[in-house]
Design a protein around this ligand. Structure first.
Ligand code: KIV
Length: 272
């Protein structure tokens, strides 16, 4: 097995923009804890997203809505402690920025101060433009997120592909331009047609990172627990599984239980 040897130079928002200019693809994954973040960082990941998908993956909620700002800060601080090279982007959770731009700024500052993260991510377009601008004035880099935005799941009603219709596609193109003009350093596009994602990536200069948005963008992001096959229930078409850790872990636990019950563990070498 060949393991990518991580270069030690820290990734910054500028590195990502340089990567787009030189057509080097950006590899991004979610991380929610110290141990996983350390493994991913040492394997050469460019960006770690402390996603509010922690609400589903770590806490077992059905949606991303319940996770709190305090909980996001706890996950983000754990990730930051495991990272030497990757850029750590932290999702602003539902309810921490939609009220007004002062609330948004306060939340972003708490994330940066208390977690040590390097940037924040926010879902939405023109409707959160003011909040993004206010956060940027405080020196906090912002990553945008358009397409399927899970914090709006009760508005959408389903997790199906977004922006298949012309009106929604046009609004998305316009929003991407607004986010670039406002000063976002990068943009996530989730679950939209590949042709639309291509158009957006070609029309704006900031890096576009896709999840279920096809190959014609500047980078890819996946939820780590899905691509590692820890979580087996979630099987969207866009997901490629790179391992079956669920199977490996289940086998290991079976073996351990059987050893304990059969008094095969610990043996004499494993005692003091
Ligand atoms: O929270 C998350 O994991 C995300 C990714 C799906 C982009 O926002």
């Amino acid at each position: 097995m060949s393991v990518h040897k991580a270069e030690s130079k820290k990734i910054t928002t500028h590195t990502l923009q340089e990567m787009k200019r030189s057509s080097e693809k950006i590899a991004m994954l979610t991380a929610y804890d110290f141990t996983m973040a350390k493994i991913f960082d040492q394997a050469g990941i460019d960006v770690l997203l402390v996603g509010d998908s922690a609400s589903n993956v770590m806490a077992g909620h059905e949606t991303t809505l319940p996770i709190t700002l305090d909980q996001m800060i706890y996950h983000a601080a754990s990730v930051v402690r495991g990272v030497q090279r990757a850029l750590v982007v932290v999702d602003m959770p539902f309810g921490s920025y939609q009220g007004n731009s002062s609330e948004a700024l306060r939340s972003a500052i708490r994330i940066m101060k208390e977690s040590g993260g390097h940037a924040v991510k926010m879902e939405g377009g023109s409707e959160i433009k003011e909040s993004i601008a206010r956060i940027l004035t405080a020196g906090v880099p912002v990553m945008g997120h358009l397409g399927l935005t899970p914090q709006s799941i009760y508005k959408f009603g389903t997790y199906t592909v977004r922006a298949k219709e012309e009106d929604e596609a046009n609004k998305l193109i316009e929003d991407a331009q607004i986010l670039e003009e406002t000063g976002c350093f990068a943009l996530v596009l989730e679950k939209i047609p590949a042709s639309l994602a291509k158009k957006v990536a070609e029309n704006i200069e900031i890096p576009v990172i896709g999840i279920g948005a096809g190959p014609y963008v500047d980078g890819q992001v996946l939820v780590a627990h899905d691509m590692l096959g820890i979580n087996k229930e979630f099987k969207p078409r866009f997901l490629r599984r790179y391992a079956d850790l669920n199977h490996l872990m289940t086998e290991a636990i079976f073996h351990y239980v059987s050893d304990v019950k059969g008094q095969q563990f610990p043996n004499l070498d494993e005692c003091y």
